[in-house]
Each structure stands twice: as structure tokens, then as C-alpha cells.
Design a protein around this ligand. Structure first.
Ligand code: CP3
Length: 358
């Protein structure tokens, strides 16, 4: 693994609501950002991406910076999320992967055997295009706006690698886990340095916080999560601890495994919309003590109109307040329970953000 030093030029943010909420201070307003806030919901995104492949765009510093900043300008969110993808570090390492529009990441050669695992390249170099893009973004953000970097967690990345593409049931992945556990553990172990390195590239370039996306972890039982996934996500978050930037850990449909996931060691737990935040906080606090909550508006509510949206936002804020009052959480970052749906109307997102801020 290559070594990186902590950026000497890290910004010092003042009254940034997102960081204040994480650090136990009272934020000036409810911090909010939306997963997938950049991308297809924005006409200005479609315009700048015209004729450029999704993964290619992630390696173009000016373009990735522009796309990252678009939702910040339009919606007045409290954080930018780096425009990238969970397969970017794999592409940077030399894995033949493409993102097929409407489908997701697809691999030329899926990873199925011990030999495939041994031949999987490891990312052990800088990713200068991503670092340069982060540099541009940081010049444009003000002191209240945080930049969140991210990486895919090893389970979610492994699912794409083993299945060869997006999967509804993750059956090949689970078959390897149970049928050939040695190969499974070798694959997870091999992904760790690539993910850590990709996060260090972003930290070195100056990101203010990071999120580990274990999007598909909710497909696992708690037992399987604990045995086959948790040690590796824990290792990654432990490696990042020395840089003292906030760590957010999120997956979809993880209600049953929130306690187990909280053991991986993040400051913030992302919660999908299926679990009320006060219930989620009880599950987290029972295992790891109180943490900051992030979530958890159903992305479909952005299609429902002002009144239902306002009611749901109030409910979620009240549930977060209940969790904090009960000592089961130490703060709340508002977000969706998963990403913005591609057909969402941009103006409806802006309205939601202003309702959340009100
Ligand atoms: O605004 C943001 O949240 C930042 C951008 C972001 C993208 N991918 C851009 C993207 C983030 C955080 C990701 C992470 C990612 N990629 C995850 C974890 C987050 C989650 O949604 O759970 C996952 C599972 C992927 C894999 C992936 N990449 C999928 C399933 C898709 C969708 C395929 C499709 O076309 O429906 C992608 C492609 C992708 N990543 C797009 C964007 C904006 C859409 C492609 C395009 O615009 O051409």
C-alpha cells in the first residue's frame, strides 16, 4: 500500500452545519444533503455529460468538479458529494469495468476462482485526476459547505465483481461466501487496500468527511454480515481513523443489521427509509453506544407533493429528536433513505431542501 500524508492544506470550516452536527455542536440549521444529488435529476448534468461515458467523466477533473458542484449551487445543500462511482478505484487499478446506462457497473471478466482473486489488481498509486478534481471543488465551496468523499465497501464491490454486473439476488456472491469461504475471504482481503488507498487519495486532496457505501449489505443475514463482511469494513474504517475526518457508514435495507454495521466503527450511521430513526438509534446504541444518525426520507416522497413531503420531513426530524433526547443518538444529518431517483424533478429537490432547512 502506498503511503499518504494527511493534507497540510485541509480547510478549516466555520459553522459548517454538517460538521457541527457530527461534532455534537448545535448546527445553525438542519444539515442536509441527498445521496445521488448529482446526476440525472439535473438538466445541467445531462448537458455536460452529453457524449461522455460515465466512468470517463469520473477521470476528468474539471468535469467531475462541475458535476459535484451543480447540486450545491442549485439546491443550497450543506454538503457536496464527490462525483465518482464505487467502481472508479477498480478502473484506476486496471480492472476492465464499464457502467452501462440504466444498468450499472458491468465487468468483462467476473471474479469466481482463487486465481481470479490473485489476479485482481490492487490500487496502490495516486489517482491524480480525482485529486485534481477535489482541489477544484474545494476552491468553490464556502466554509459552511463540506465535501464528502466516498468509497464502496468491500461487500458491495465484491458483489459486482463476482456477479459480473448488477444483481437482484446476489446468488453467485452468496454461493462463493458459503461454498468457497476461503476464496471469499481472500477477495475481501484483496479489496481492502484498494478501498483504503482510494479514500486516502481523497483525504490527501482535502475532503471534509467520507462515506462508506455498503449499498447491498442489507441482503445479508446478521450472521453472514458479521462473519463475512464486518471484519473488512472494520479494517477500512480503522485505517481511516488516524486522519480524524468523520466517517459515515450506510447501506440499503439494513434495519436488521444496523447494530452489526455500527461495530465497524463510524461516527455516523446512515439509515434507509424502512426504519424510523428512533428505532434505528436504539439498535445502534444498544451495540455501539449513541452515534450520529443520517437519513432517512423515502426518495419516492419527492414525487408526492408539498404537503405529504412536509409531514414526512417533520416526522423524521421528530424521530431524530426523540432518539437524541433518549440518549440513543448524538446528532442528525438529514438525507434520503437511498439515492435520488433518476426521474425526480430538480425543482422538487430544491423545495425539499428548503422545507428541511425551514
Ligand atoms: O451524487 C452522488 O451521490 C455522487 C455520485 C455517485 C455515483 N455513484 C454517480 C453515478 C455515487 C455516490 C455513486 C456510488 C454508487 N455507484 C453506489 C453506492 C450508492 C448507492 O446508490 O447505493 C452504487 C451501488 C453504484 C453502482 C452504480 N453506478 C449503479 C447501480 C449505477 C446506476 C446505473 C443506472 O444507469 O441506472 C451507477 C451509475 C451512476 N453512478 C450514475 C451516476 C450519476 C448514473 C449513470 C449516468 O448518469 O450515466
Amino acid at each position: 500500500m502506498s503511503s499518504h500524508s494527511v493534507s497540510a492544506t485541509r480547510r478549516v470550516l466555520h459553522n459548517a452545519p454538517l460538521l457541527d452536527a457530527i461534532n455534537g455542536k448545535t448546527p445553525t440549521r438542519t444539515p442536509v444533503w441527498f445521496m445521488r444529488q448529482a446526476g440525472r435529476s439535473l438538466p445541467e448534468y445531462k448537458k455536460v455529460r452529453e457524449g461522455i461515458g460515465m466512468l470517463d467523466s469520473c477521470f476528468m477533473p474539471e468535469l467531475l468538479a462541475e458535476i459535484t458542484l451543480q447540486p450545491v449551487r442549485r439546491h443550497d445543500v450543506d454538503a457536496a458529494i464527490l462525483f465518482s462511482d464505487i467502481v472508479v478505484p477498480l478502473r484506476a487499478a486496471g480492472v476492465a469495468v464499464e457502467i452501462v446506462p440504466g444498468r450499472g457497473p458491468v465487468l468483462d471478466a467476473p471474479i469466481r476462482t482463487r486465481e481470479d482473486v490473485s489476479n485482481l489488481p490492487i490500487l496502490d498509486v495516486d489517482v491524480p485526476e480525482v485529486a485534481a478534481g477535489i482541489g477544484i471543488i474545494l476552491k468553490e465551496l464556502n466554509e459552511q459547505q463540506a465535501l464528502i468523499g466516498f468509497a464502496g465497501a468491500p461487500f458491495t464491490l465484491a458483489s459486482y465483481l463476482v456477479e459480473g454486473g448488477p444483481s437482484k439476488n446476489h446468488e453467485k456472491t452468496k454461493a462463493m461466501m458459503h461454498g468457497d469461504p476461503e476464496t471469499w475471504h481472500a477477495l475481501m482481503q484483496r479489496l481492502v487496500p484498494t478501498i483504503v488507498n482510494f479514500l486516502k487519495v481523497q483525504i490527501d486532496a482535502g475532503i471534509d468527511a467520507m462515506q462508506l457505501f455498503d449499498s447491498w449489505a442489507g441482503f445479508l443475514t446478521e450472521r453472514d454480515y458479521t462473519e463475512f463482511v464486518l471484519p473488512y469494513s472494520t479494517e477500512i474504517l480503522q485505517e481511516i481513523e488516524q486522519y480524524a475526518i468523520p466517517r459515515i457508514h450506510f447501506g440499503v435495507g439494513t434495519g436488521e443489521i444496523l447494530g452489526a454495521m455500527s461495530r465497524a466503527g463510524s461516527e455516523v450511521m446512515g439509515v434507509d427509509w424502512r426504519v424510523p430513526l428512533d428505532k434505528a438509534a436504539e439498535r445502534i446504541a444498544a451495540v455501539s453506544g449513541p452515534k450520529v444518525l443520517q437519513g432517512n426520507l423515502d426518495p419516492a416522497l419527492l414525487f408526492a407533493g408539498t404537503d405529504p413531503l412536509t409531514r414526512e420531513v417533520a416526522r423524521i426530524k421528530a424521530e431524530a429528536a426523540t432518539a437524541i433526547a433518549a440518549g440513543n443518538a448524538t446528532g442528525h444529518i438529514f438525507n434520503l433513505g437511498h439515492g435520488v431517483l433518476p426521474n425526480t424533478v430538480a425543482e422538487d429537490i430544491t423545495e425539499a431542501i428548503s422545507i428541511i432547512h425551514a
